[in-house]
Design a protein around this ligand. Sequence first.
Ligand code: AMP
Ligand code: MG
Length: 210
Amino acid sequence: MKNIYSNILKFNKNSLSKTLKYLRKNNIVGLPTETVYGLAGNAYSKKSVKKIYALKKRPKINPLIVHYYNLKNLSDDIEINKDFLILYKKLCPGPITFVMRKKKSSKICSLVTAKLNTVAVRFPSNKKTRSVLKKLNFPLAIPSANRSTGISPVKALDVAEEFKNKIKIIVDGGNSKIGIESTVVDLTKKKISILRPGIISARKISKILK
Ligand code: AMP
Ligand code: MG
């Protein structure tokens, strides 16, 4: 199908540089991930996070997932535990999100976590989005790129049709490989629990931790 949306950009050096510039100015971009497409913004910036909630018309009591490139800067923001490190080694980067305790000194904007003292963290495996994350010195809040209660987008065109020119950059990453949201696992309590099912099953998680 012909791309009639000028905000859908092919991924190359030029569009990567434009995307990084845009994110550093606390603007929002559409990014591909292996699960679904997301609306990405600086997780340390109230200005960015406010824009995400407004675009999605998302209730401010529904917290966002924070995306990192790897473990390197995670301990600035998060109290890391043993189970997390075991699961990280086996499953990341990939379609799994971990809820962990937020450090008091964390720079994550309180709006991201809906003022909770926990944070949902993920390491997406999509190569294009990883190359964006690698170059930034802040993590990205990335909820699915649809209006609240809408269907999650699995291609750049879905995002363009949902938000039209309200988003200036959508990085084209083809079709999302998985097409459903990440598994969300809560690691903050004695007993681990699945808060949202996904492609990585509870059984697989228990097996790894055994
Ligand atoms: P979405 O942004 O559509 O991918 O949805 C993110 C999911 O992660 C929602 O189900 C949130 O409730 C969940 N989530 C995000 N942060 C937290 C948190 N701190 N504790 C529990 N669940 C969370
Ligand atoms: Mg969603």
